[in-house]
Write a protein that binds this ligand. Structure first.
Ligand code: UT7
Length: 334
C-alpha cells in the first residue's frame, strides 16, 4: 500500500498587520488583556477588497506546489477546509480548480472548522493509501475579519481571530521510513452551539433576520462560550495526542515537534505542561497571526520548516480542537 507524505508546504497571510493596540480604537480592550489571556500580539486582517478566502488559498497553494517540486497539472484532487467560504455555496474548492487553471479534477470542501486541516489530511491519507490519487492539494484558508463583531460587545471573540491560508501537497511515496502513520478523528455534536455562527443559514434565513430587524440580534456573528470551550480543549488535546502516540507505540518524549492548532497560547502551554513536553517540542506562532482556524496548522508547519524546526525523519504530531466540537490528531514521520 502507498504511504502518504506531505511533499510541499506553503502559506500566505495578508499584508495588513493589526496590533492589539489598534483594536482599542473601536472597542474597550487592551494589549495587556489580549496578551495575558491569549498570547496574541497581532493578527493579519484583509484590507484589500480583491482578497478573499479563495485568493489567499490559491496563493498558499502555489507556494506549496512549488515547494513540492511538481507541476500544478500533477495535482489530481483538491481538498479545501474553511468555515469562511466566499459563497454559501458552492464551496471554494471549485474556485481553486478554476483559479489555478487545473483540469476538471475533483474538489472536496471540508467543514470541520479548527480541525478542518487534520480532517482533510486524514481524507487525503486514505485516498493516497488506496492508490486513488497521487498528489492531493490540501488547503486551509480563513477570512474571519469581515464577519467579526468589532465592538466591545463582540471583543471576547473578535480579538482572537485572524485571516490567512496554508496549503500542503499530500503525495504518494514508496519510502517505507516516511509518511503519515495514523490519523484520529472525533466529534461531539451536543456542544455544537458553544462555538457557532448560526445565521444566515437554513435555520435562520436572511429574510427572517431582515424582517425581525432586531438590533440585539447577534446570530450572524460568531459566538463562543470561551470558558467552556477552553476547558474541553485542554482535555481533548492531550487525549487525542496520546491516542496517536499509543496507536504507534510512541511516548510523548518521542515527539520531535507538536504543531497544535493555534487556538490560544494558554491552551498550547497547558497541553505542553500536562504532557511534559519541552519548549523545543511544541511550535506556536499565534502571537503573530491570532487564531486562523483551518489555516493555523498549515501556516505553523510552513513556518516551522522555514525556521529549521522540522527536518526529514522527525516525528511530527498535529492536533486540533474546535467548533463542533471536533478534535483530531495526525502522527507522521517527516
Ligand atoms: O479555535 C477554536 C477553539 N477556541 C478556543 O479554544 C478558545 C477557548 N477560549 C479562550 O481562549 C478564552 O476563553 C478567551 C480568550 C476567549 C477568553 O478568555 P477568558 O480568560 O476565558 O475570559 P472571560 O471570557 O472569562 O472574560 C473575563 C473578563 C470578562 O469581564 P468580567 O465579566 O470579568 O468583568 C470579559 O468581559 O474579561 C472581559 N473581556 C475582555 N476584556 C478586555 C472579554 N474579552 C475581552 C477583551 N478585552 N478582548
Amino acid at each position: 500500500m502507498n504511504k502518504a507524505i506531505i511533499s510541499g508546504m506553503g502559506f500566505y497571510v495578508p499584508d495588513n498587520v493589526v496590533r492589539n493596540a489598534d483594536l482599542t480604537g473601536f472597542m474597550e480592550t487592551s494589549d495587556e488583556w489580549i496578551q495575558e489571556r491569549t498570547g496574541i500580539k497581532e493578527r493579519r486582517w484583509i484590507d484589500d477588497p480583491q482578497e478573499n478566502t479563495t485568493s489567499m488559498g490559491v496563493k498558499a497553494a502555489e507556494r506549496a506546489i512549488k515547494d513540492a517540486g511538481i507541476d500544478k497539472s500533477d495535482i489530481d484532487f483538491i481538498i479545501f477546509a474553511t468555515l469562511s467560504p466566499d459563497y454559501y455555496f458552492p464551496g471554494p474548492g471549485v474556485s481553486v480548480q478554476e483559479q489555478l487553471g487545473l483540469d476538471t479534477i475533483g474538489a472536496l470542501d471540508v467543514r470541520n472548522q479548527c480541525s478542518g486541516f487534520v480532517y482533510g489530511l486524514s481524507v487525503a491519507d486514505q485516498y493516497i493509501k488506496t492508490g486513488m490519487y497521487k498528489n492531493i492539494l490540501l488547503i486551509g484558508s480563513e477570512y474571519h475579519s469581515g464577519g467579526l463583531e468589532k465592538t466591545t460587545r463582540g471583543r471576547s471573540v473578535s480579538v482572537i481571530f485572524g485571516d490567512g491560508a496554508g496549503a500542503a501537497v499530500v503525495s504518494a511515496s514508496d519510502d517505507p521510513d516516511r509518511g503519515i502513520l495514523s490519523t484520529h478523528l472525533h466529534s461531539e455534536g451536543k456542544h455544537a452551539e458553544e462555538l457557532t455562527l448560526i445565521g444566515p443559514s437554513t435555520s435562520r434565513w436572511v429574510d427572517r433576520i431582515m424582517s425581525e430587524n432586531d438590533p440585539l440580534d447577534t446570530s450572524y456573528y460568531p459566538y463562543m462560550n470561551g470558558n467552556f470551550v477552553f476547558k474541553h480543549a485542554v482535555t481533548r488535546f492531550p487525549q487525542v495526542i496520546m491516542e496517536a502516540l499509543q496507536a504507534n507505540n510512541k511516548q510523548p518524549s518521542d515527539i520531535d515537534l507538536l504543531v497544535p492548532h493555534q487556538a490560544n497560547l494558554r491552551i498550547s502551554q497547558f497541553v505542553q505542561r500536562s504532557m511534559k513536553l519541552n519548549d523545543d517540542q511544541v511550535f506556536n506562532n499565534i502571537q503573530k497571526y491570532g487564531n486562523t482556524t483551518a489555516a493555523s496548522i498549515p501556516i505553523a508547519i510552513a513556518e516551522a520548516i522555514a525556521e529549521g524546526k522540522i527536518k526529514d525523519g522527525d516525528l511530527v504530531c498535529l492536533a486540533a480542537f474546535g467548533s463542533g466540537f471536533t478534535w483530531a490528531s495526525a502522527l507522521m514521520v517527516w
